[in-house]
Design a protein around this ligand. Structure first.
Ligand code: SF4
Ligand code: SF4
Length: 222
């Protein structure tokens, strides 16, 4: 899922400082699951911003709505009616959701209430960890299903840097060395010989360096 975290109420208040009536729009998918931008968070933030603005003697009216997904045009139509009543929209979606709303409502200021972080998993209660950077050319089969592009601080594809201490990364000892994890996993699944493969330089043209990418699946178009 896409993992995001909320901006502080102070920052949110400052972002919408100039507006008197705004729409707080939640998203019911990834950011709801990671407790950052669903109905509950929209409600809590609305209350907190309203109170803070009242204390500043600069009250704001906030309309709240949470739609199923902000990254799909089909669901954005539900924002049309409330959006028509406000000066600006604050999206509690990921960066894709914020931009989808901005494209759909080109005459309305649209702001982000969240900091979009990464593609990750829920590892433990309220702990999410990054697993994939969306490089566009997945190579997990070589690494026992553990991504060194994302999880090795140096993005090494041909073995460890040599600085790992007791299985921890030399760049940040709070994190496991990705190559220790890869070694342990390959050993466990009986594929240790993969460590002898020489991975050629990765084709980064599929990654994010050349600007925004696009996926077209003609077989699903009608
Ligand atoms: S190799 Fe690329 S697509 Fe695969 S998990 Fe790593 S970053 Fe994601
Ligand atoms: S210690 Fe491990 S994870 Fe850290 S940079 Fe070196 S190889 Fe990568």
């Amino acid at each position: 899922m896409i993992v995001a975290s909320p901006k502080s109420i102070t920052e949110l208040k400052s972002i919408i400082e100039r507006h008197k009536k705004v729409l707080f729009a939640g998203c019911g998918t990834c950011v709801t699951v990671c407790l950052a931008g669903g109905e509950r968070e929209v409600s809590i933030s609305s209350y907190a911003v309203r109170m803070a603005r009242r204390l500043d003697r600069n009250p704001v009216e906030i309309i709240q709505i949470t739609i199923e997904r902000q990254c799909e045009n089909e669901f954005l139509k539900d924002l049309a009616e409330p959006a028509s009543k406000v000066e600006a929209i604050v999206s509690f979606g990921c960066g894709a959701g914020v931009q989808a709303i901005a494209e759909r409502f080109p005459d309305k200021p649209v702001y982000a209430a969240l900091n979009t972080q990464f593609l990750g998993v829920l590892e433990d209660q309220a702990i999410w960890t990054e697993k994939c950077m969306g490089c566009g050319n997945c190579m997990l089969e070589h690494f026992g299903g553990i991504c060194p592009v994302t999880r090795c601080a140096k993005r090494l594809l041909n073995g460890p840097c040599g600085g790992s201490i007791e299985g921890r990364c030399e760049v940040d000892s709070g994190k496991p060395c990705a190559w220790q994890l890869i070694y342990d996993r390959l050993m466990r699944i009986g594929q240790l010989e993969r460590l002898e493969e020489v991975i050629p330089p990765k084709d980064w043209s599929t990654a994010w360096y050349s600007g925004a990418r696009k996926v077209v699946r003609k077989e699903h178009q009608v």
